[in-house]
Design a binder for this molecule. Structure first.
Ligand SMILES: [Zn+2]
Length: 171
């Protein structure tokens, strides 16, 4: 990738990082939706305004473009040869901001899932999303385990205690 953009083009390109409904994000949303998952988008009250918020799973999902978010060791994240300092500083800032957001979320009890653009190619997307699905289940299980079991309900108060005959449950 060579850096031959005019300042105007660059401005458009750079503002893209903040744009919503980017294509990789849309792929993730469509996969989740078609597999029965429901979510909210860009919830302001959640730190870092994650792309996708799945509150029942207490999970925030970020779908990151490899270049802008500086995906390590990724072909798509190669810095252009010209203006190298400019790009490096820019990407570095983005990365630090991302890390800060993830940290803030985790401190508030959120699980963070980061999906990279390069993991969403037609050959990889299903594998990637199955992995996301397993992580979601894991998050749900951990929430379930920490949920207090109600001691007794009103209905239970009116029912007699059950008593079973014998001690043969081991059979
Ligand atoms: Zn990548």
């Amino acid at each position: 990738m060579t850096d031959t953009m005019t300042p105007d083009q660059r401005h458009i390109c750079m503002s893209h990082i903040h744009s919503r409904d980017t294509k990789p994000e849309l792929k993730v949303r469509k996969w989740l939706w078609s597999h029965g998952y429901r979510y909210r988008l860009n919830v302001k009250s959640v730190p870092g305004r994650p792309d996708i918020v799945m509150r029942p799973y207490r999970t925030a999902i970020f779908v990151n473009g490899c270049f802008w978010h500086g995906h390590e060791d990724c072909r798509k994240a190669r810095i252009p040869k010209s203006n190298i300092d400019f790009w490096e500083a820019k990407i570095d800032r983005n990365r630090r901001r991302d890390q800060e957001n993830y940290r803030l979320l985790q401190e508030n009890g959120w699980q963070v899932i980061v999906i990279w653009e390069c993991q969403l190619t037609p050959t990889l997307i299903d594998h990637t999303m199955r992995e996301v699905e397993l992580l979601l289940n894991e998050n749900m299980l951990s929430l379930y385990r920490h949920k207090p079991i109600p001691y007794s309900t009103e209905e239970e108060g009116h029912l007699p205690m059950a008593a079973e005959d014998g001690n043969d449950w081991k059979r």
